[in-house]
Design a protein around this ligand. Sequence first.
Ligand code: TA6
Length: 317
Amino acid sequence: MSTAQKELVYVEHCKGVNGLDKVVLREVRGCSAEVYLYGGHVTSWKNEHGEELLFLSSKANFNPPKAIRGGIPICFPQFSNLGPLESHGFARNRFWSIDNDPPPFPINSSNKAFIDLILKHSEEDVKVWPHRYEYRLRITLGPGGDLMLTSRIRNMNTDGKPFSFTFAYHTYFAVTDISEVRVEGLETLDYLDNLKNRERFTEQGDAITFESEIDRIYLSTPTKIAILDHERKRTFVLRKDGLPDAVVWNPWDKKAKAMPDFGDDEYKHMLCVEAACIEKPITLKPGEEWKGRQELSAVPSSYCSGQLDPKRALQSG
Ligand code: TA6
């Protein structure tokens, strides 16, 4: 084991903005990730060059009960306004705890940089969502710099009642210039357009590009989606399990100005592509558990070198 490996602190517990509890994950090659216990919220993911891969608004609030604008907010038990709860549910504005005794996990032993968080129903939750639950979230930074989030949600009701929920990893990717970004893997799929009362449309046959506000829920997508940042010659590959849908969102200029915790021009440098389960809510009987996983990787890409042709990325394992 190299000296670097010996000294490396794979998991560091520390204080972040406004003294909020934070966990920093590090890996040998220099990549890192940061997670706030407030919201179980990943706010940073950096590659081995220390380059930030997630967008976090310069105006992001770290003042509970406000949600943090950027990174990877967790939308549970409700996506957007699809129900009686506040937008995107309450998990993103709750304080999570460290789970010191997680049930067995198919651990890939080489992973050292991971943290287990847990959120359980509180009196506050039960008032608005009358269910008992346990939400276990494992966040892992792989030796290669990949970022994995695995959610396990169990129905702990003692009254025999099932519960249903919708869900999303509301990931904000950092991009160089939104007008130079393409999303591959959603071609020809049906989507619900949030800008048109969730009317259903079918995507045309080519990659998605961006020239105005977009807010769509793509239905029953492939398990892999590629986000190409041409300027940076970088491709994000999002792999997902147990999450059939994918939301694509960019507020563009007008909505950007209307959001107090978002800079007017920041829409040019972010794109949300969200692994989700929306069209068919998940229903769990007491004792049942659901698992939803997303894995993010950022690879150098360049069409000319053919290093990573997105089509090939989507075809490869
Ligand atoms: O995921 C897309 C979306 O539902 C958009 O409609 C937009 O509202 C965005 O989420 C941000 O929502 P928030 O509640 O974080 O302001």
